[in-house]
Design a protein around this ligand. Structure first.
Ligand code: F6P
Length: 372
């Protein structure tokens, strides 16, 4: 079979995650094996717009499988709305023109939901694209899993394990804030795997009374420690009602003044919940925000395997000339899905998901009355 893609462009965009280098390697090695030239664009779509490139050769993608981060760099910039000097411009045409200037037959974009949308914009302007689903949030549509999720869930689970020992010694409640943007996959998965006593996710608005009742019941049963795993995007029932009414959450940032009178720190989801627990029942409560540690370090064995499978599947599609798809995972197979079905959709935890049922069966409080 003749190779349909002589020159491949590749970029990584959005928040980084472990596995990006493994995926770059998978795409590049398989494309090179078919005789394609591979050009990397630096720092996501901004590098494409600014025409900052790096020709990838075998030696560039050797030895990167196990490395976290991305050798290409990344950014959250989107061609549709890119800050350029003091303006925000639609530079989609420049992005497409630069791809053409570099003789790119197809641009491979590795990223999460934002990236799928950006790639779709370029595709609408006539550029061939293929995307891969990358994010620790696991919230990309039309795929059973995104790469980076497995590594992040392990990091968060490990953190919950560690918090357990100290919470037990001090008979405390520890609220652990986990990333995931507006989806609860990471918190739910790590919460179950780490045995969190309360799990709060954006899909299920919480009532503080439900959480406090559960914590007090545990105390009555001589369980004098508790771990609350809270997703950064978790919202209270009151906030959910507000969103229903006004379309979005009112920005009510609780702030603290530093002693020099200038520095303001906003209250986060986890500090707010910890404060409310202490106010409601006086239990000694601490907060741990895992933050970007969840996106750092070497990818897990499963992520390395997944990235290599997805990347080499891209190589195969490039050779066949199959474009404008995202390669997702369905029933443990890497399959191309129409990009149009993916772009602009966030995959949330469905209210009847089996993981929720699992959590309930081990007496986890989900911050609300939940019957499945
Ligand atoms: O999408 C990945 C993610 O880590 C989210 O879980 C989180 O909300 C966001 O990125 C953080 O973004 P940044 O790295 O730009 O602070």
């Amino acid at each position: 079979m003749s190779n349909k893609t002589k020159c491949v462009g590749i970029l990584t965009s959005g928040g980084d995650c472990p596995g990006l280098n493994a995926a770059i390697r998978g795409v590049a090695k398989s494309a090179m094996a078919n005789g394609s030239r591979v050009v990397g664009f630096l720092d996501g779509f901004r590098g494409l717009v600014e025409n900052r490139t790096m020709v990838l050769e075998d030696r560039n993608v050797s030895g990167i499988l196990t490395n976290g981060g991305t050798i290409l760099g990344t950014s959250r910039d989107k061609p549709r709305k890119m800050p350029m000097g003091d303006q925000i411009l639609d530079v989609t045409d420049i992005a497409v023109a630069n791809a053409q200037r570099n003789h790119i037959d197809c641009l491979v974009c590795l990223g999460g939901n934002g990236t799928q949308k950006n790639a779709m914009d370029l595709c609408k302007k006539g550029l061939n694209v293929i995307t891969l689903p990358k994010t620790i949030d696991n919230d990309v549509a039309e795929t059973d899993i995104t790469f980076g999720f497995d590594t992040a869930i392990k990091i968060a689970t490990d953190a919950i394990d560690k918090l357990h020992t100290t919470a037990t010694s001090h008979h405390r409640v520890i609220v652990c804030e986990i990333m995931g943007n507006k989806a609860g996959w990471l918190t739910l998965g790590a919460g179950i795997a780490g045995g969190a006593d309360v799990i709060l996710i954006p899909e299920l608005p919480y009532k503080i009374e439900s959480i406090v009742d559960h914590l007090l019941a545990r105390r009555r049963h001589q369980k004098r420690f508790s771990i609350v795993a809270v997703a950064e995007g978790a919202i209270s029932q009151k906030e959910a009602d507000e969103i229903k009414e006004n379309g979005k959450k009112k920005k009510k940032k609780k702030t603290y003044m530093d002693d020099d009178g200038t520095y303001l720190v906003e209250e986060t989801t986890s500090t707010k919940i910890a404060r409310k627990i202490t106010q409601a029942c006086g239990i000694d409560t601490r907060v741990t925000r895992l933050g970007h540690v969840q996106r750092g370090g070497s990818p897990s064995a499963s992520d390395r395997l997944l990235c290599t499978r997805l990347g080499t599947k891209v190589g195969q599609l490039l050779a066949e000339g199959v474009y404008n798809v995202m390669v997702g995972v369905k029933n443990d197979k890497c399959v191309p899905v129409d990009l149009e079905k993916v772009a602009g959709i966030t995959r949330k935890v469905p209210s009847d998901h089996e993981w929720l049922k699992t959590a309930l069966l081990v007496d986890t409080n989900m911050g609300c009355e939940l019957k499945i």
